[in-house]
Design a protein around this ligand. Structure first.
Ligand code: GUN
Length: 283
């Protein structure tokens, strides 16, 4: 069996076009474009690239981009002061503080400060609580993108066994909540999980978000399963996912490639969340 390759790049391009097509109506209603502020602290090369891509995509969708770059040694109170200013700025509908932050900064203190109505990353305690309670709210972009690809590929996910590998606040935990909201039976595996392969073997859906190249082996995959690879690992051989792609593709029903799978969905969902937040904030 050879897996269908899930074309996240095409799906994301379509989502971005659909969001962009809805922006003029918002401009008409609010008398301004939707606004997204992105904050980057320090010089991490990968984060730099992501932030540049987010800014370009925002403008391409007809939205206004506000980019703030702060030095790596910025004190916590200065960063929090900037978040307060962005919270108060009526041109701004969404705020994203690029993670990870340098070690001396308390990430949770910064995230907590973001106005939940502008939390397009879905990371504040209020957004996290809404997701856990099944209340409408802003959902983290990468897991939201994974869910869209899964539902596009499999339709109703009800009753399926899903294994999420990784328990980060950005991907693993919200992914598990989203799958649970779609009536999957969800297992969250992590670095202390015993006999990971036995869990993966039972799964109709595998979401790998561990950040280790080719960590998930092809022989673990249940025939016909859908495999979503969130990993973007920079190696000497280029970008490599968390899943042994060739091995998994020979047994899975469908699989996302790296690059061109989940990656492009994150920015598309960020634009979608910004437009949703803009409509809610503009009343
Ligand atoms: N770093 C990697 N992915 C993300 C993301 O989706 N949001 C934020 N804030 N930081 C990230």
């Amino acid at each position: 069996m050879t897996a269908e390759i899930i074309d996240g790049k095409a799906f994301a391009a379509d989502l971005r076009a659909r969001v962009a097509a809805l922006v003029p109506a918002f401009r008409e209603k609010a008398g301004r474009p939707p606004g997204l502020a992105v904050v980057l602290v320090g010089e991490d090369p990968a984060s730099n690239v992501y932030v540049r891509m987010k800014g370009k995509a925002t403008v391409a969708a007809g939205m206004e981009s506000f980019e703030h770059r702060l030095p790596a040694d910025v004190p916590l109170d200065e960063l929090i002061h900037l978040v307060d200013q962005l919270n108060a700025d009526t041109r701004i509908d969404g705020i994203l503080v690029q993670l990870p932050l340098p070690g001396h900064l308390d990430e949770q203190a910064v995230i907590r400060r973001i106005d939940p109505d502008k939390d397009v990353d879905g990371l504040t305690p209020v957004s996290t609580g809404r997701l856990a309670l099944g209340i409408d709210g802003l959902v983290p972009c990468t897991p939201l993108g994974c869910l869209m690809l899964l539902e596009d590929q499999r339709g109703d996910l009800s009753g399926l066994d899903a294994v999420v590998i990784g328990r980060s606040i950005l991907v693993g935990k919200p992914m598990a909540q989203l799958l649970l909201s779609r009536n999957c039976t969800v297992t969250v595996a992590h670095s202390r999980t015993r006999d990971l392969s036995s869990h993966v073997r039972r799964a109709d859906i595998v979401v790998a978000a561990v950040g280790r190249p080719e960590f998930v082996k092809g022989e673990w995959i249940k025939p016909g399963a859908t495999v979503i690879d969130v990993g973007i690992n920079r190696t000497d051989d280029g970008l490599i996912g968390d899943v042994d792609f060739d091995g998994a593709a020979s047994v899975a029903g469908a699989i996302t490639p790296v690059p061109g799978g989940v990656g492009p969905m994150t920015i598309a969902c960020l634009l979608r969340n910004t437009l949703v937040a803009a409509h809610r904030n503009a009343g």
